[in-house]
Design a protein around this ligand. Structure first.
Ligand code: ADP
Ligand code: ASP
Ligand code: MG
Length: 424
């Protein structure tokens, strides 16, 4: 007997037939005698629709730009998960399973006050554990919790993954299964590269990089929580026959296990390739090359909640002027340019230039720590395809390269094959 948290993403609950299919997956685990809690996303496309509705409403004019009330955004977008949790509870009850739906506020899943991008602070798992022991299946609406203001707070896009891992940690589950529309974590997005291979295991650190560098198969925060609380997390498919052989395997279910690197016997140098679209580059030309100039640029950007990613500073020719280039999400360019404009005198630059629609491709692998030449291989492969590199950043286990948007897919496939990831 084990305690299992099962999470089903948007495509897995996209319509009533799929919800009934999800119920069969849950029934399999219940029939095997396990204690089960389920977390669901909204039907696929629903959250986008709800976000669109909010964005098309009239806004309040703020100090510098129009805004809407983030608490009301949350009130609207959290509703998608409420629907699927109720529908799945009904489907389970029809199969004779003792199931009950729960909204984030009913558990409660306590979050901070950052509406729209809230972080889970605390879940009291005792009541859930008691109900699970009594044989009740909780069907929890993902993506949401209760803020300190007693209002529903959502966890940022893809947040149901985080709900699931946080609940698994709170109820001390033996396993957290993330069911989605792919049967595991692949060497790269299988929608871009059909030759991508499914990984049997991937280390927490690598999955963290993959997710933060664009592989949206898991929300970044869910991987952080899995790593900190040592939650045994599997990514697996909801589209396989729920009763196929091996689907109920307790220790080795089909899919990809996210685990400690010690658990991975044959570590490759490169594990995967990720990409993030909609990056933008901003360059400040002829900046004064003096102490404090970086603080003058990035301080105000941070205060305005603009996420700066890659930063490149050129060496100045005469020691007095330099150029600084950095990237931000395309959606933040206008705001960033406004902030830089407002601080022009304090920073001291000549002109500012920007370019949107860029893509960041990244090579990830723990094996890089002990292998030289990984970056050179990437640069050579991209050069052979005529892909120009605009910026580079590296860490111990990743190399990120900024390129022009139209080359995204070619770059992903080129990097994927130059490390032999397409060969089993
Ligand atoms: P869900 O709705 O179940 O949460 P998501 O759409 O958020 O599903 O995540 C699953 C998708 O992630 C897949 O359909 C796939 O296109 C994409 N993806 C990106 N990178 C990877 C990867 N390395 N391995 C597997 N899937 C990936
Ligand atoms: N429904 C939310 C979203 O689309 C949360 C999730 O699916 O994880 O972002
Ligand atoms: Mg998702």
């Amino acid at each position: 007997m084990a305690r299992i948290v099962m999470k089903f993403g948007g495509t897995s609950v996209a319509d009533l037939d799929r919800i009934k299919n999800v119920a069969r997956h849950v029934k399999r685990e219940v029939d095997a005698g396990h204690e089960v809690a389920v977390v669901v996303s909204a039907m696929s496309g629903k959250t986008n629709e709800l976000v669109g509705w909010v964005q098309n409403m009239p806004k309040v004019s703020g100090a510098n730009h129009s805004i809407y009330d983030a608490r009301e955004y949350d009130a609207v977008v959290a509703s998608g998960e409420q629907v699927t949790s109720g529908l799945l509870a009904i489907a389970l009850q029809a199969m004779g399973i003792n199931a009950r739906s729960w909204q984030g506020w009913q558990i409660p899943i306590r979050t901070d006050n950052a509406h729209g991008a809230a972080r889970i602070l605390d879940i009291d798992g005792e009541d859930m554990i008691r109900r699970m022991k009594e044989g009740q299946v909780a069907v929890v609406a993902g993506f949401q919790g209760l803020g300190p203001d007693n209002r529903v707070a959502t966890l940022g896009r893809g947040g149901s993954d985080t709900s699931a891992v946080a609940i698994a940690a709170a109820v001390k589950a033996d396993r957290c299964d993330i069911y989605t529309d792919v049967d595991g974590v692949y060497t790269t997005d299988p929608r871009i590269e059909p030759k991508a291979r499914r990984l049997k295991k991937i280390a927490f650190e690598e999955m963290l990089e993959m997710a933060s560098l664009g592989a949206k198969v898991l929300q970044v925060r869910s991987v952080e929580l899995a790593m900190v609380f040592k939650v045994r997390t599997f990514v697996r498919s909801s589209f396989e026959d729920p009763d196929a052989p091996g689907m109920g395997d307790l220790l080795n279910p089909p899919g990809t296990l996210i685990c400690d690197e010690e658990e991975i016997v044959e570590q490759e140098v490169v594990t995967g390739i990720a990409y993030a679209k909609d990056e933008a580059q901003i360059s400040l030309r002829r900046l004064a090359d003096r102490p404090g100039v970086s603080a003058a640029i990035f301080g105000p950007l941070a205060e305005n909640h603009i996420n700066v990613d890659m930063i490149v500073q050129n060496i100045s020719e005469d020691g007095s002027k330099t150029d600084m280039t950095f990237t931000v999400p395309s959606g933040d360019v206008e705001k960033a340019l406004r902030v830089l404009g407002e601080n022009k005198e304090k920073i001291g630059y000549d002109v500012v230039q920007s370019e949107s629609g860029l893509v960041k491709v990244s090579v990830i692998g723990i094996g890089m720590r002990s292998h030289a030449g990984v970056a050179a291989t990437a640069f050579r492969a991209l050069a052979e395809k005529g892909i120009n590199i605009k910026a580079i950043t590296t860490s111990e286990i990743k190399i990120s390269i900024l390129i022009d948007g139209p080359y995204a897919e070619l770059a992903v496939r080129t990097l994927h094959s130059c490390y032999g990831l397409d060969k089993s």
